[in-house]
Design a protein around this ligand. Structure first.
Ligand code: SF4
Length: 377
């Protein structure tokens, strides 16, 4: 089942008022009780949504029986510990410069973070675009530059373009360590596992610009859960929530789009670029484990640019079996099992200036959002 883009000039207050009316009549597949026991649980899977929801104080505008829960939408937060350890091992080599987006620098692995490795002499450079890492390689022909390629479908095209740029310019000392992720397999994984009650997904705007809103049809049809793509302004998010509540009240489950920037079939050019450079592969997610076909690795034709093939990296099985960050509940936060404030370290031992886990490190992490905007509520 599909729906059309809807636009509105209604105020946020008017939309919220309608949500209050609708939510009492919503049926909840995940929480089928009624009256006071029924909760409608909507999961957002986009770090930008997570931040916007907290910044806009949306939870306080919505009915108490409607819960917005954060899912695996922050690319830094879902990057697993083994990947960080491999990146640190690379950065410690004398012949390597690791280039990365800024948020990755403070994410903890088993043996510290890239920031700590840099303080101890490793070379880690922050770049704001993947192509800058290629420029870095040109400037340092005597060193190998490895770009940490993380993120969802939004950032993956930039990695692909950087690889094309390196290939076309003959930059041989450039490679990527890939941990790119696909969001839909993770959403499917959460629904199939069934241990986290989810009535509907608020689908990410940026990712959906690439994928198109029809990409969520298998989730909506296969699991009978509304999947609604929304933009990032407060009014756009509540519009998405309203569309979900309307579906739940009608007993429907469809993919739907309320973000005019998103088309039904997405950006064909970007999709072709991704398909040229990457192929799906199983991937490890922090908090969710290994999810089949949920990551992207380089196709054989691009294998020369694969840092995993170019360098000897620590094997996951050979790494010390250290538990993930004692007492940090990032895995539960990422998978919607708990809220940031349910973690005993939240706002005590763990703060944005002294973070313990990636959900507080990342500027799009649920714990950072809750600390910044919802701590006193
Ligand atoms: S508050 Fe800190 S320690 Fe707790 S889950 Fe969030 S990031 Fe981890």
């Amino acid at each position: 089942m599909t729906s059309m883009v809807s636009t509105t000039r209604r105020s946020t207050a008017a939309i919220c008022e309608n949500i209050h009316k609708l939510v009492g009549t919503c049926s909840s597949a995940a929480s089928p009780g009624d009256g006071a026991t029924r909760r409608v649980r909507i999961m957002e899977v986009c770090g930008t949504h997570t931040m916007a929801i907290a910044r806009g104080g949306l939870r306080s505008l919505l009915p108490e029986t409607l819960r917005l829960i954060s899912g695996p939408g922050c690319p830094v937060c879902v990057t697993d510990q083994d990947y960080i350890d491999r990146a640190i091992a690379l950065a410690r080599r004398d012949d390597v410069i690791v280039a990365t987006y800024g948020d990755m620098v403070r994410v903890p692995g088993r043996g510290g973070s890239l920031a700590e490795a840099r303080a101890a002499g490793a070379t880690v450079e922050v770049v704001y675009a993947a192509e800058r890492a290629v420029d870095l390689a040109r400037c340092h022909p005597q060193r190998q530059v490895v770009f940490l390629a993380v993120g969802f479908e939004t950032t993956t095209p930039a990695t692909a373009l950087a690889l094309r740029k390196a290939r076309d310019a003959g930059v041989e000392n450039f490679s990527v360590l890939t941990a790119h992720k696909l969001i839909i397999p993770a959403m499917r994984h959460l629904l199939a596992a069934g241990d986290v009650p989810i009535d509907a997904f608020l689908c990410p705007g940026h990712v959906s610009v690439i994928l198109g809103w029809r990409a969520y049809e298998p989730l909506a049809d296969g699991f009978a859960r509304p999947c609604v793509v929304a933009g990032f302004e407060t009014a756009q998010i509540v519009l998405g929530v309203e569309a979900i509540c309307r579906q739940l009240a009608d007993g429907r489950a469809a993919e739907e789009n309320v973000y005019p920037a998103v088309t039904a079939d997405g950006n064909h050019t970007a999709q072709a670029l991704l398909d040229e450079v990457f192929r799906p592969a199983d991937a490890a997610w922090r908090g969710l484990g290994v999810i089949p076909a949920s990551g992207l690795v380089l196709r054989d034709a691009w294998g020369d640019f694969d840092a995993a093939g170019r360098f000897e990296l620590p094997d996951a099985d050979a790494l010390p079996d250290v538990p993930e960050l004692a007492h940090c509940r990032c895995g539960d936060v990422i998978s919607g099992r708990c809220r940031p404030r349910d973690c005993g370290l939240f706002a005590r031992r763990c703060t944005p200036s002294d973070p313990v886990g990636p959900c507080m490190v990342s500027s799009e992490g649920a714990c950072a959002a809750a600390f910044k905007y919802e701590r006193r509520s």
